[in-house]
Design a protein around this ligand. Structure first.
Ligand SMILES: NC(=O)C1=CN([C@@H]2O[C@H](COP(=O)(O)OP(=O)(O)OC[C@H]3O[C@@H](n4cnc5c(N)ncnc54)[C@H](OP(=O)(O)O)[C@@H]3O)[C@@H](O)[C@H]2O)C=CC1
Ligand SMILES: O=C([O-])CC(=O)C(=O)O
Length: 277
């Protein structure tokens, strides 16, 4: 296939895991892997990503500006950074005509960001692809949306440690709770806005399903589990279904399910193989 240069925005847990997965899988071989790091952080990115990237690429380059990243002419960019990167940088990448896979899907809860991304993709005559990430069943959900969705109720349940550094800290004592505690009930727009590192799934379900306002979300801290449990129930004109995924937490980031990086790897691999699935 013709994908010779891979670009990665971000150098954290998902970026590192993605490169490890591709290196272990062995099918991916690139002329270049170009990485966009935060200004001043290229040494950290280098230490974290270079070894695995060198297994799959002839050349590995680390850049600190979008212009320098684009000068590497990536055939595909993969965003695995933050909502800010989706808002500030992804439009530039798209305008330059580079297809971009986005994992920080919650950024689309901001209507202005969503409009900028859409305009940028049209200007660049390319597209952005939102990965399912930590959730599954997005194919069935997006198909049901065409028929008409009546209700979608989602709950995201994680161990208390995964909610550290979020507004949940002000709503409950994460170190002291002894039973599962629902601390957020609202729509997907509010969830994705208030919990940018923990409610990307809510945004994905909203975008594939009935929209941000009509996607009902419950967020739960549960001291009785060690995994990230995502569950949703859909009622639609064509199909009703319930899905539950128990995602193992990433060793490097308990907020992020390990399955997310595999979902991104699938998206990349599907551009390298003759039969995509
Ligand atoms: N769609 C889904 O199902 C899921 C989505 N996610 C989302 O995926 C994203 C990545 O997750 P994860 O890898 O676990 O998070 P990490 O925090 O481990 O990694 C994020 C990386 O992005 C880097 N970064 C921050 N700002 C910039 C910038 N301006 N330019 C380049 N890099 C930048 C950070 O650098 P530094 O360390 O210097 O801050 C960090 O290395 C998050 O937004 C997360 O919310 C996560 C799980 C599921
Ligand atoms: O990785 C997960 O379990 C889901 C997650 O963080 C998110 O939805 O942002």
């Amino acid at each position: 296939m013709s994908m010779r240069r891979l670009g990665i925005l971000g150098y954290g847990n998902i970026a590192a895991t993605l490169l490890d997965i591709l290196a272990r899988d062995g099918r991916a071989r690139f002329e270049q892997v170009a990485i966009l790091a935060r200004p001043g952080a290229s040494e950290r990115a280098d230490a974290r990503l270079r070894t695995a990237a060198e297994v799959i690429a002839e050349e590995v380059t680390i850049h600190e500006t979008a212009d320098a990243f684009l000068a590497a002419r990536p055939d595909l960019a993969v965003e695995c950074a933050t909502h800010d990167v989706v808002r500030e940088t992804v439009p530039e990448i798209l305008k330059a005509g580079c297809e971009t896979v986005v994992v920080s899907v919650g950024a689309f809860a901001d209507a202005d960001t969503a409009a900028r991304i859409e305009d940028a993709a049209a200007l660049g005559r390319t597209r952005t692809v939102l990965v399912p990430g930590a959730i599954g069943g997005v194919d069935a959900l997006a198909a049901a949306r065409i028929a008409g969705i009546e209700t979608l109720v989602y709950s995201g349940r994680k161990p208390p440690a995964a909610w550290k550094g979020t507004p949940a800290e002000k709503l409950l004592d994460l170190d002291a709770i002894t039973s599962e505690t629902v601390f957020f009930e609202g729509n997907a727009r509010q969830a994705a806005t208030d919990y940018p590192k923990n409610a990307n799934v809510a945004a994905t379900l909203a975008l594939a399903g009935p929209g941000f306002e009509r996607t009902e979300v419950r967020l739960i801290a549960d001291p009785g589990i060690s995994a990230n449990v995502h569950e949703y129930e859909v009622r639609s004109q064509s199909v009703n279904f319930t899905i539950q995924l128990t995602g193992k937490a990433s060793p490097d980031n308990p907020k992020t399910s390990m399955s997310t990086a595999y979902s991104v790897a699938r998206e990349v691999m599907n551009r390298l193989v003759p039969i995509a699935i």
